[in-house]
Design a binder for this molecule. Sequence first.
Ligand SMILES: [Zn+2]
Length: 266
Amino acid sequence: MIIAFFIVYHKIIFYDDLLKKKTMYPYLFSIFKKHKNLIIGFSRKRDGSMKLTGDFLRDKTSFENRQRFFEKLGIKLSSIVSAGLIHSNNVQIVDIGDAGKIIPDTDGLITNSKGIFLSITVADCLPVFFYDDENKVIALSHAGWRGLHKNILQITVEKMNKSFGSKPQDILVGIGPSISKCHYEIGKDLKEKFDLTSREIFVKRKEKTFLDLKKVGEIQLLNVGIKKQNIEISQECTFCMPHKYFSYRRDKPKIVQAMIAVIGMK
Ligand SMILES: [Zn+2]
């Protein structure tokens, strides 16, 4: 048992080192790799918590963590547009005039403006990145079970289409590190809520039911016309990787600790 852990641990370190050699913040997804105009980032535990709580003394640290993280990516804090995050399906179009703002009551952001960076924080929920190279449109959505249940991913794609003419078949989507079917245990209420979606989203183990949120997201994206080969899903589970990510389910902290996801066009 101890030996196995040692090997796994070293494998992770080795993998991290390999990536570090390429770039300090490696591409999360290979799907966006050829689009050199994109900047995509996802912080790790070592970058510190990025969650803004509205309490100035506590937020001071998060602000400093954000500043340090964005500096490494070559992004100015003043060019960040943040979603307020309320587990809704509200998706907003933003532009350069929103730089530096937090858009209240929203969980998804879309823009075709260069030089501004969309951001959300997550600590188990799905960070979902969208890019349409034809029309140069990006989007970023925050999807936990509530957002998925309210079809936030579908709404994001529909809004990209309606506002900027993005065709679903052209949109690339990356689902980032988030809690996976190995750890997302659910009760009867959630089972009933998602029951109509598909059988393949549930995993049964020892009388317990687990929900595969990433699969739910994938099914919803396919239903709205995104091509299967244009969806990349991170296999990383935030709960499984305490050395790398915060997890709300695992840590149950009094003050939420979270990673930040960011996407922008140069
Ligand atoms: Zn897990």
